[in-house]
Design a protein around this ligand. Structure first.
Ligand SMILES: *Cc1c(COP(=O)(O)O)cnc(C)c1O
Length: 294
């Protein structure tokens, strides 16, 4: 059994903060389910783990700070499934905290060159009988359908739902099952303006394709890039709301939500839900003392 606690998921109302702008914000706290198998990663993995039941092993892909690797390694440890992570780039002298944790959870790490990683080919040495291959980040229709279940945890109705976007699987899932009248807004954390739309649309049925909004101005230079204004925002957001965020995904999503609200993007009487997709484990790779929360 997996120690994920979906009963810990709750909706928090950010009371009064944006009243002047006519916006009511709620936060869906998916970060409270599990420290490693956190947030959207659990939802995306569900279908794959189900398939893995009759398999002997699982193999997946990720970078040095990947929450997907962290979540997959821990989930596989808990269900007793041998797991291999194909990791982008040469093996560093010192493993990132994320990779150290993954290795401690029993995941075998195999480092491949960036070029080989791009091709997503499985090194011969890792090929085995009966292994389930999970795409990077849980991307795919299975991941999308898992993420679609997030909607069943909503306690109120919303005019807008906002989430961070990596592969876009989570946004696709939200878009898939949200009511027609709800606008889904994605905040890409990578510089991928040219490709991300087609990747998201590939996961969606015809009638849902393109029916979401992407705001590309909040990636802070690209994946895992940050600056002092992002860190200052994350600290002040924690000070005001007591909600911790991570610098790769949710910090950027909340920054974007705050900025869009303050700049008058949302009409009055907006009921906005921001999904806290988890990922807090990633903050251990920041220099100590940057964040006021641990
Ligand atoms: C992976 C991740 C995302 C992005 O999810 P996608 O489905 O790949 O778009 C968002 N937030 C957190 C915390 C994540 O770990």
């Amino acid at each position: 059994m997996i120690s994920v606690r979906t009963e810990n998921i709750r909706t928090e109302s950010i009371k009064n903060l944006y009243q002047q702008k006519g916006v009511n914000m709620d936060v869906l706290r998916l970060d409270l389910m599990h420290p490693l198998i956190s947030g959207n990663k659990w939802f995306k993995l569900g279908g794959y783990l189900e398939d893995a039941k009759d398999k002997k092993a699982l193999i997946t892909f990720g970078g040095a700070y990947s929450n997907h690797i962290a979540a997959t390694a821990e989930a596989c440890r808990e269900i007793g499934l041998p797991a291999t992570g194909i990791i982008r780039g040469e093996k560093p002298k010192l493993l990132s905290p994320t990779l150290q944790n993954a290795e401690q959870a029993g995941m075998q790490l195999v480092f491949v060159s960036r070029e080989a990683y791009k091709r997503k080919s499985i090194p011969d040495a890792c090929k085995g009988e009966d292994q389930l291959v999970v795409p990077e980040g849980g991307y795919g229709e299975k991941g999308m359908r898992g993420a679609a279940q997030i909607i069943s945890f909503l306690q109120n109705s919303y005019t807008h739902i906002l989430t961070a976007v990596g592969t876009g699987t989570t946004l696709a899932g939200l878009c898939f099952s949200a009511p027609e009248t709800t606008s889904c807004i994605g905040i890409p954390v990578l510089k991928n303006e040219n490709t991300i739309r087609s990747e998201i649309d590939l996961l969606l049925p015809k009638e849902k394709k393109g029916k979401y909004i992407l705001q590309h101005d909040y990636h802070f230079g690209g994946y895992a890039k940050y600056n002092e204004s992002l860190i200052a925002f994350m600290n002040s957001w924690y000070g005001i709301t007591r909600i911790p965020t991570d610098f790769v995904y949710t910090g950027k999503a909340f920054f974007a939500a705050d900025h869009l609200i303050r700049s008058g993007y949302f009409p009055r009487e907006t009921r906005l839900l921001v999904i806290h997709t988890g990922g807090l484990q990633g903050n251990v790779s920041l220099p100590k003392g940057k964040l006021i929360f641990g």
